[in-house]
Ligand binder design. Structure first.
Ligand code: PLP
Length: 426
């Protein structure tokens, strides 16, 4: 694969004439703007083709994808082994519904349960559904096992959380964009400062059934809690008979250099939510993993999904798990972490004010006086690198785990150039 990143990126100039088939970036953007809801504000790049860490737009410009679908593309675009698994399954069966069994679900659940060290898997499709499932599971466990009085189950969440977009999940978000004007909100949740063990301990009551936590807050700009927080939370949850739910939808499946981000501190949660990379960048696949004593409160008819556990999803999910089972991608991410950190830390004081790195995942706070995160991402796109800003002046880099050392250096160098250019202008 060529490692050229010379993408002649330019702000769209031409406009789409009504009736003519769209061909340029500007044409497709104008069309989308007219007929697709405006729930995103994407960079003006229209991807037509993708392979590995590289994407090509409709005008033939190539970009290194350093966002990787918010970690849904951990193995890169169209990973050959995953595409092969999907194609093979397309020729066998694709959807059965859970009214019948299929020959892919059992092997997938067995392999995934083993990978994350749990007894059982409940398959869903999107991340938000996995989180909803975990919340329902925890409440039901609270009533049936812990003995919480009906209607009183209490769940503790963290300030700055991101767990998806359903009405219940946004009810406990503190991001006004995600939450405002979507009420009335689901009760039963209490938010405390991220990483604050004392606040969690204070918030726990006899009715508390779970603490829901991201081991690293991705959407918040790759916020890594203080060392000792996750082990401390594990201890607290055990002592108080409260379930620890780790949302590993973005942090899990190799991103941090370990299979799960919790592993970094040797912590085992009671419930894991998984998604994004579990679908191999091909189909939406999510899952909840738990031991039998928790999972078995779910009985026939009490929870479900038409598409969850479908044979195509399970076949792709199994191929993903088999790849992770070798440990090769985790080891690669762990190995490149040093290159990534050294490169990014050198930018602190050069336009960056702080960087946080774990595995192949980085949050970079840019000096807000210098430029916004969005401006930095536009500058990166001009240099052939795609990334995403989060919250004002922070950008997040999460390249596919199949990135080479040389390509990773290109990403860091491109950011260095963007900052240098902004400094020269300032
Ligand atoms: C992306 C994400 C979700 C939601 O996943 P969707 O597939 O977009 O519903 C939930 N939790 C975390 C931590 C995420 O990063």
């Amino acid at each position: 694969m060529s490692s050229s990143t010379q993408a002649p990126y330019a702000e769209p100039m031409t406009t789409h004439t009504d009736g003519a088939a769209p061909t340029t970036n500007a044409d497709f953007i104008q069309l989308e703007d007219k007929v697709a809801a405006h729930n995103y504000a994407p960079l003006p790049v229209v991807v037509a083709q993708a392979e590995g860490v590289w994407v090509t737009d409709v005008e033939g410009n190539r970009y290194l994808d350093a966002l990787a679908g918010y970690s849904a593309l951990n193995f890169g675009h169209r990973h050959p082994g995953l595409v092969e698994a999907a194609k093979a399954q397309l020729d066998r069966s694709t959807l059965t519904s859970r009214a019948f069994h299929n020959d892919q679900l059992g092997p997938f659940c067995e392999a995934l349960a083993k990978l994350v060290g749990k007894d059982m898997i409940l398959p869903m499709n999107t991340g938000a559904e996995a989180v909803e499932t975990a919340l329902k599971l925890a409440r039901k466990w609270g009533y049936q096992v812990k003995g919480v009085a009906e209607g009183r189950a209490h769940i503790i969440v963290m300030d700055g959380n991101f767990h998806g977009r359903t009405t219940t999940i946004i009810s406990f978000s503190d991001d006004p964009d995600a939450r405002d004007d979507y009420g009335p909100y689901t009760p039963g949740f209490e938010s405390v400062p991220y990483g604050d063990l004392a606040a969690i301990e204070n918030a726990i009551t006899d009715d508390t059934v779970a603490v829901l936590v991201e081991p690293i807050q991705g959407e918040q700009g790759v916020q890594i809690p203080k060392e000792g927080f996750l082990p401390g939370l594990r201890e607290l949850c055990t002592e108080k008979n409260v379930l620890m739910i780790a949302d590993e939808i973005q942090s899990g499946l190799g991103r941090t250099g370990t299979t799960l981000a919790c592993e970094y501190e040797g912590v085992e949660a009671d419930i894991y939510t998984l998604g994004k990379a579990l679908g191999g960048g091909i189909v939406p696949v999510s899952a909840v993993a738990a031991d039998a004593d928790v999972m078995n409160v779910i009985t026939p008819g009490t929870h479900g999904s038409t598409f969850g556990g479908n044979p195509l999803a399970a076949a792709v999910g199994l191929a993903v798990v088999n790849m992770l089972a070798t440990g090769e991608h985790q080891a690669h991410a762990a190995e490149l972490e040093t290159v990534f950190r050294d490169g990014l830390e050198a930018l602190v004081g050069q336009g960056a004010v702080a960087v946080r790195v774990r595995g192949l995942w980085a949050g970079i706070d840019i000096d807000p006086e210098l430029m916004s995160g969005k401006e930095a991402c536009k500058g990166l796109a001009k240099r052939g690198v795609l990334a995403k800003d989060t919250h004002g002046s922070t950008i997040r880099l999460a390249p596919p785990l199949v990135i080479t050392r040389e390509e990773l250096t290109q990403v860091v160098d491109a950011l260095g150039e963007v900052l240098a250019e902004a400094r020269n202008k300032a």
